[in-house]
Design a protein around this ligand. Sequence first.
Ligand code: IMP
Length: 443
Amino acid sequence: MPGICIVGAQWGDEGKGKIVDLLAEQADAIVRFQGGNNAGHTIVRDGEEFKFHLVPSGILYPGKRCIIGNGVVIDPGVLTGEIDALRARGVDTSGLRISANAHLIMPYHLLLDTAGETKLGKLQIGTTRRGIGPAYADKAARLGIRVQDLLDEKILKKKITAAIDPKRLSLRPFNKDPSLDLQSMTEAYLTFGHRLERYIADTARLVWDALDAERLVIFEGAQGALLDIDHGTYPFVTSSNPVAGAACVGAGVGPRDIDEVWGIAKAYVTRVGAGPFPTELDDDLGEEIRRRGGEFGTTTGRARRTGWLDIVALRYAARINGLTSLAITKLDVLSGFDKIMVCTRYRGAEGAEFTDFPYHQSVLHHAQGEYTELDGWAEDIGECRAPNDLPRAARDYLAYIAERVGVPVILVGVGPGREQVIWMQDAPQLAAVARTAPRRAPA
Ligand code: IMP
């Protein structure tokens, strides 16, 4: 069975959680490979709403192996809170496993995230203020605290001291903040360690074992390609790599272990936080899409910026991820528009035309989308379950996307419910995806 990687093909919030939830039913393991509780998704199951920030949504299937990989940064307070909330609702969390090598978000990371944003003033990134950037910075500086450190008081205290020391100056305004007291921080994190110990494991090995036993593994990305720290709209990005390549590093597998990469894109575009957005609709139409699509953040509640679908950016996302399929979500939100605009190229400030996503920040900041006009459809499509149930114009829109991006559309979302999807090709033939190369024996 294959390894399938699910990634966001825009600026996050594409509805990856719902697609992962659908595939998880057939999967044996679901592994998150980057990001932290800056991500968030809502799953509606039998009319009940579940919100997740860290735990893979596959947890709703009893006993399913749900892994938080080494590439994730974990706020243990948020994670234990999520586990408690799930258990209180009768959800079996015994399948959860947490990488011993994942890094932790510490109280000082939260303070530094907010302080950093405040200092940037008008130039701020609009982070989720969950401490993500400072936690990844410490990881790269080799001052991070890892999940395994929670299990040893002496090591934990030593590492926290070493991590705080170089930050003394920036943390000075928070000297009186009780969360920074070394003793109480150590005790609080040791308590998290006790609570999480039963879930801590060598998760890379677990993923390998699942793949080796020919089981289906879903690699679940957070955020999206354009928020990637290397390939996105830097510095208006997150501090990890949401692209598919990062699934290998963040889960501990090799590139040959991923057979398919599905890019999830909304039928339009949204973005939270600051940064360039060439197809942004800063007008009543944008407001209308926001209202219809309920475009407010799961994590911070912020209103999302909205705009028409951007083929230039989507083609770029397809390329840097090596997408094998596209899933287009929230198509129903576009029902009722007379005309649908699709951005097929950018016009730069000096009149130059761009059909490739420009690498230069100044070009991108001033780029304006240029559009092709397609027919809209009036019908409510929430009840459509097969391609031919869709109005002609909606099918044409999907065909246009697939043709311009060069990637087939496999799945379409037509409403928030789990059943509100259309498989565009012969139902999920996951089992039919053959392995192409034999696995290496583990060292
Ligand atoms: P951070 O990841 O909190 O550091 O935020 C950096 C940028 O990424 C900000 O623009 C955030 O709004 C954005 N961001 C982070 N996580 C998500 C997400 O899950 N969906 C959408 N945007 C996100």
